[in-house]
Structures are given as structure tokens and as C-alpha cells.
Design a protein around this ligand. Sequence first.
Ligand code: HEC
Ligand code: HEC
Ligand code: HEC
Ligand code: HEC
Length: 455
Amino acid sequence: MKSFGCQFARNLAQLALVILAAPAFAQLGAAPPIMPTQPLPYQSPHQTQGTVTCASSLCHGSIKRWKDSNVLQNEYVTWSRTDKHAKAYNKLLNAQSQKIARNLGLKEPAHESKICLDCHAHAVPVERHGERFKPTDGIICEACHGPAEKWIKSHVEPDASHDRNIENGLYPTSDAASRAKMCLACHFGNKDKLVTHRIMGAGHPRMSFELDTFTEIAPKHFVIDKDYSERKRVWEGAKVWAIGQAYAVADTMDILVDEKLGRDGLFPELVLFDCHACHHPMSEGRWKPKTAFGPSIAPGLVRLNDSNMLMLRALAFSLDTGAGERISNQTRKLHRAVAGEGDARVEAMALKKVAADLVPLISERNLDINIIRAIALRLVDDGLSGYYSDYAAAEQAAMAISSVGSFLAKQGGMRNTAGFNDSLRKLNVSLANDERYKPQEFMARLRDVRTTLAK
Ligand code: HEC
Ligand code: HEC
Ligand code: HEC
Ligand code: HEC
């Protein structure tokens, strides 16, 4: 079987640079609801107004930031010039997309196919198009902030408040759980849209996502300062990472049990499995008798991609032993059920619940320096125990260590930030190519990371 190239070295290469980019602000402001209930922007019943509505130079299209406004006002310029979301529709016109569409045998070209537009544009039914909305503008402001029909006027009134804007349909991007659900919808997939193994086989790049890392590496059109913290809750980076993991597990479970999305003929949807379970030379001898979730079930099985479960397990054990055991036992039951020893549907839904139950625990818990360090060390030590034998897990672990480590540094809990950055950079080098991933090399780099994390 042929192999496929890694596209993600570019994301990881930027990771080591995030550490001291933003100052830490104490958590202030009232806590918003924990489990998101709002429809996602593409599900909203309201009409989309279009980027021109946001882009005037007196609104969010200023060339320079305003001094006397609590938001930057140059968001449109940042987005249109530097944000990849602005070009996501245009990518559907390129040769790679044409090839993907051809290979899939789509009736329409990629830029007219719903299956592609769902994630590369703000795809909503025509009756919800405002007069000035252009579907070809890509992933516009309203694709993340929600269709503005009902909040466009009220959000600029003198007595406007964030809560009232949300009541009028502004999507709560500032809330970690709501953000997770929204970004993951396109960067992982959900019941409405998914990059399937067929789409990947046709030439789509492999997907890789971690909420805190991707929030950090996207060009910033907002600043988290004192004024921000008076208007909105500031979510610590480590919590954003943790909540992103919980939702990734929950969404994976939804797709796994979905009658349509979860299957492909006689097979389950392969995109949910460890890619290198199949895509590796037979001489490699990858099987290990032990995993983080207990003894391996048997050699020769196609294993679910459990990288997000591994992250969640490390986090949960650091917060509460009982929670750690619940994630660990339930993931093991799911692996067994997928291998035929149990009902995979039942175990998947149980794991979804265990993951979702962690969200309030994470949201409310005060993550002090000791807990943060414990999480970081656990992530490293799991690696040193050989638990990141597949690339996807190692990649998630590197992003996790970067996110949690950054937060530790911001809180003043790291003595040798330069050393940490340097060891992280080398760790990322060992991930530069997924097909040449060597767990031993990754472990050696992890040992150096560990030294910089110790008190
Ligand atoms: C579930 C959402 C989703 C679907 C469905 C989807 N994509 Fe993507 N696509 C993405 C995301 C997210 C990325 C960016 C991955 C990254 O860089 O992390 C991407 C990246 C790409 C790229 C590479 C862009 C670059 O920067 O070079 C191409 C080309 C592409 N998609 C084409 C398509 C085509 C054609 C279809 C329809 C057959 C499609 N996509 C369907 C989410 C999706
Ligand atoms: C890919 C998703 C995404 C897109 C596209 C996007 N934003 Fe944002 N935006 C965010 C996130 C995430 C935040 C930070 C969390 C928050 O405060 O809501 C944010 C914050 C903001 C803020 C709040 C800053 C503050 O201090 O309260 C404004 C204003 C804003 N965006 C305007 C825009 C405009 C205008 C566009 C289009 C030109 C746009 N955004 C496009 C995700 C997005
Ligand atoms: C409507 C679907 C959609 C939503 C919602 C969305 N993205 Fe994206 N995102 C994409 C696609 C598609 C690309 C690839 C664009 C390209 O390369 O042309 C992308 C690219 C990115 C990239 C650039 C990755 C790289 O390889 O350089 C980052 C970072 C990113 N998204 C972060 C986020 C975050 C954070 C959120 C939530 C606040 C979010 N995205 C919400 C679809 C989406
Ligand atoms: C159960 C085994 C299995 C798993 C798991 C699996 N694949 Fe595949 N993959 C296949 C098979 C079989 C083919 C078809 C190979 C052929 O046509 O020669 C394939 C083809 C591909 C191709 C096209 C390569 C080609 O030679 O045409 C890509 C790209 C790909 N897979 C990516 C992935 C990614 C990314 C993952 C993980 C998210 C993954 N696969 C998981 C079995 C698997």
C-alpha cells in the first residue's frame, strides 16, 4: 500500500515560538454556560450579511488599530491579508482540489460541491443569504461569529453588551467549549461534515488539530488585555487545550456510531483509525504488548486513533484519579468492543459521556502551577512509557506539551523557558515527517523536555 506525505511540520514548527507571545491575565468576569447550546454559525436560522457589511473603514476595516476602541477595528485587514480562512474558498479552485474532485467522481467541480463548500466557505441555504453576502468570500467573519442579521445593529449601540449580542445570535467564540465545537466542526468534522478516508485517498491533506495551538497560530485579530477581561471570561490556554480534547473525543464517538458517516461498505470509516495501523511496511513490527489503556488486545488489529483519549487520560489523572480511571477504563472497553468483545455503540456513547462530564470539572478547576506542571510531566512520562507509539499520538502530545508548557511559563512556573523552547523545537523536528516517525527518537527528545519542566 502506498504511503502519504505529512503536511503538518509547518504548524508544529511554529509551536515553540508561542510561549511568551502574550501576557497572562488573571481570570475575571462571570462564567458563561459550560455546555454550549447555541446552534453553530452554519446552523443558525438568521441571515448572513456578508463581509462587506463588517469591512467598512469605520467598522472593522480600518488600516490601523484604533486607540480609543475596546476592539482593534482592523480585523478585516488582518483576516483578508493574512488569515488562511479568507483564502479557503479560493483553494477549491486550484489543481489539487480539481484532482480531488475528479478522483472522487464528483458531478460538480470542487468549488461548486457542497461536500467541499461545507468546510471551505460559509455554506448556508440560499434563503439565509443576506443581500450583500457572497458565498465565494470563503470562511468569513460570520462563519465563526454567527450570522449577523439580528446583532449587526445592536452590537454597536452605546449600551451594547456581550451577553446581549449573544442573545441576538452572536456565536460565543470567546467561550472555550463553544469555540471547540465550532472549530472542530471543520477541523475534525461532525455529524454534518467530515473529511472521510475516501476524500483523503483522493488527495486531501491529513487533518491535525489542537484548539489552543490553532487559536495561537491563527493570525490574531483580537487582543486579550485588561479591557477584554472586563468584558469576557479569559480562558487559560491549558483549559482551552483540555476542553478541545474532551470535545474531540465526544465528536469522534458521535461519528463512530453514526449509521451513515461511521461506515463505508463493509468497513467502518477508516479516518477514525490510526492511519499507520495500515500505512506502514510489514517489516516494521509495530505491535506492543502494553498500551496506556492496559495490555494490548491482540496483534494484527486495526486500532482506533486514540490520541485524543490519551491526552484526556493524562489530563484527567492529573486532576482526579477517579476521573483518570474512568477515561482509561472506558477507552479500553471501547477498544475491546471495536475488536469484537462488546457493543461498540454502547461503549462509544459511554465514552462520550465520560469525556463530556470532564468539561465542567476542567472549567471550574483552578489550575495552579502544581497541577499544570503535573499535567505536563504526565504527558511527557506517558511518552517515556512508550504510549505514543503512533504518530497521531506523538503529534497531539507535542501540541499538548507546548500548550500546557506555555501556560506554565506564563504563570511563572518555569525556570528555563529558553531551554524548554529549545527542547520543544527539537521534539517537533522528530515529527517533521509522519512516515518516518521513530518512536525511539521522539522518546529521546522527550527526555530533554522533561529536564526543563522539573522544578
Ligand atoms: C470537514 C471539513 C472539510 C471538508 C469536508 C473538506 N475540507 Fe479541505 N480542508 C479542511 C481543513 C480544516 C483544511 C486545512 C488543514 C490544515 O491545514 O490543518 C483543508 C485543506 C484543504 C486543502 C489544502 C489547502 C492548502 O492550504 O494547501 C485542499 C486543496 C482542500 N482542503 C480541498 C478540499 C476539497 C476539494 C474538498 C471536497 C472534496 C474538501 N477540501 C473538503 C477541511 C475540510
Ligand atoms: C476562524 C474563526 C474566525 C473568523 C473567520 C473571524 N473571527 Fe473574530 N474572533 C475569533 C475568535 C476565536 C476570537 C477570540 C474570542 C472572542 O473574544 O470571541 C475572535 C474575536 C473577535 C473580536 C473580539 C475582540 C474583543 O476584544 O472582544 C472581534 C471584534 C472580531 N473577532 C471580529 C472579526 C471580524 C470583523 C472578522 C472578519 C473580518 C472575524 N472576526 C473573523 C474567530 C474568528
Ligand atoms: C467553516 C470551516 C472552518 C471553521 C469554522 C474554522 N476553520 Fe480553520 N480552517 C478551515 C480551512 C478549510 C482551512 C484551510 C484553509 C487553507 O489552507 O486554504 C483552515 C485553516 C486554519 C488554520 C491554518 C492552518 C495552517 O496549516 O496554517 C488555522 C490556524 C485555523 N484554521 C484555526 C481555526 C480555529 C482556531 C478555528 C475556530 C476559532 C477555526 N479554524 C475555525 C476551516 C475552518
Ligand atoms: C484499515 C486500514 C486503513 C487505515 C486505518 C487507513 N487507511 Fe488509508 N488506505 C487504506 C487502503 C486499503 C487504501 C487504498 C490503497 C490502494 O488503493 O492501493 C488507502 C489509501 C489511502 C490514501 C491514498 C493513497 C494511494 O496510494 O492511493 C491515503 C492518502 C490514505 N489512505 C490516507 C490515510 C489516512 C490519513 C489515514 C488515517 C486518518 C488512513 N489512510 C487510515 C487503508 C487504511
